[in-house]
Design a protein around this ligand. Structure first.
Ligand code: AMP
Length: 368
């Protein structure tokens, strides 16, 4: 028998207190749910929008016990929740997505092995355990290549381009500075035409709902702008969406996943990374779609049917990084610019402070 959905008024536990948790809490509130935020940052963006919040470390057993008792279901806004924390909570409440999905997505090697096993193309890669292994793998994969830590990398941190064997020592030292005692993954460098991503939700009943592929432009390793939909041919878009849907199914995901991909000059799509949560490249869905990625996350966590991913407009989402958020007055004066600020008090260079979404009439037919 299908599990009954949690009714409005139920409490969704949110692991993580950043902007993704904040936007999910706002979506939950609209549907009549409460969100209890658990995270280590006093006054974190998500804590600010709910009166149910626990400020504690992820390994604080007493705080986790009380949190589990106070919520009906658990979801998360970042995947690097310690495995023990996810397992502890999963013994007490449904955790969606579950600990197995987190375990997989916490490690680039496991993730790429999984994508490959699902029959979906990814960048060529090799596990490397030191500079000698980097040199050996370079001979196989060719130069340049990208050396990354297998764990805890984000926004371009913990990775470096290796142009030749003579750079192996330097490259290894770079990732070792980021993660003590790292295991590395060396990836063939992809001379991509475009970076695209697809956000897909999967419900408790296995229902899938995907958004159109979008085009992501980075600056200094950080997402700068997302253009929705991506300016690519329809058959390429269909392939990208198909890969993301297959991965969500293969993971038996309950929740939302973003699949980041490279589109190369030959029209091939290579999966780069999975994020088992709403994603920065899906923020445009708040303003341009019937149901946003955050609403889908709440619906999946509560066992509700998923909403429509239909977009009523095309959109461009621009991140406000560091000082860019100081332009709020000017942005507010611009008709049609939809401003989202995350309530972060401290401005740091490259820090995601907010974003703007601008809508445009929906283009139809072949794109690209
Ligand atoms: P990641 O942390 O894997 O999302 O990588 C951050 C950014 O680095 C990506 O968005 C790409 O712009 C670039 N990058 C990562 N891996 C590769 C690769 N194998 N080839 C070329 N560029 C890459």
């Amino acid at each position: 028998m299908a599990e009954a959905p949690l009714p409005p008024g139920s409490v969704v536990g949110m692991l993580g207190d950043g902007q993704l948790g904040r936007m999910a809490a706002l979506a939950a509130a609209r549907l009549g749910y409460r969100v209890h935020v658990f995270g280590p940052t006093p006054d974190g963006p998500a804590h600010q929008v709910t009166n149910l919040s626990t400020v504690a470390a992820y390994d604080d057993a007493a705080a986790l016990e009380a949190f589990a008792a106070a919520v009906d279901t658990v979801t998360l806004e970042f995947e690097n929740v310690p495995a023990a924390t996810a397992a502890f909570l999963a013994e007490r409440r449904p955790v969606r997505p579950g600990p197995e999905v987190l375990h997989l997505c916490q490690n680039r090697l496991r993730e790429k092995d999984f994508v490959t096993a699902a029959g979906i193309p990814t960048t060529r890669y090799a596990e490397v355990a030191g500079p000698d292994a980097v040199r050996r793998a370079l001979r196989d994969l060719g130069a340049p290549a990208v050396l990354k830590t297998t764990e805890f990398g984000y926004d371009g941190k913990g990775q470096t381009v290796v142009r030749s064997e003579t750079e192996a020592e330097r490259a290894w030292a770079t990732i070792a500075a980021h993660a003590p005692d790292p295991v590395g993954i060396l990836e063939a460098f992809v001379d991509f035409r475009m970076e695209v991503s697809v956000v897909v939700a999967r419900g408790l009943d296995g229902q899938l709902a995907s958004y159109v592929p979008v085009e992501n432009q980075h600056r200094a390793g950080i997402l700068d702008q997302t253009i929705a939909p991506a300016r690519i041919p329809q058959d390429t878009a269909d392939r990208a969406e198909g890969y993301a849907r297959r991965l969500a199914e293969a993971l038996e995901l309950v929740g939302v996943i973003a699949v980041e991909m490279f589109l190369d000059h030959e029209g091939r799509i290579l999966v780069n990374e999975l994020a088992p949560r709403p994603h920065n490249s899906g923020h445009w869905t708040i303003d341009a779609c019937a149901a946003s990625q955050f609403e889908q996350q709440i619906r999946a966590a509560c066992g509700l049917p998923l909403g429509s991913t239909e977009r009523h407009s095309d959109a461009v989402m621009k991140n406000l990084l560091g000082e860019e958020a100081q332009r709020w007055e000017e942005i507010l004066a611009e008709p049609g610019a939809r401003l989202h600020l995350y309530g972060k008090a401290e401005v740091k260079p490259g820090r995601k402070m907010g974003h703007i979404t601008k809508l445009a009439p929906k283009r139809t037919g072949e794109r690209g």
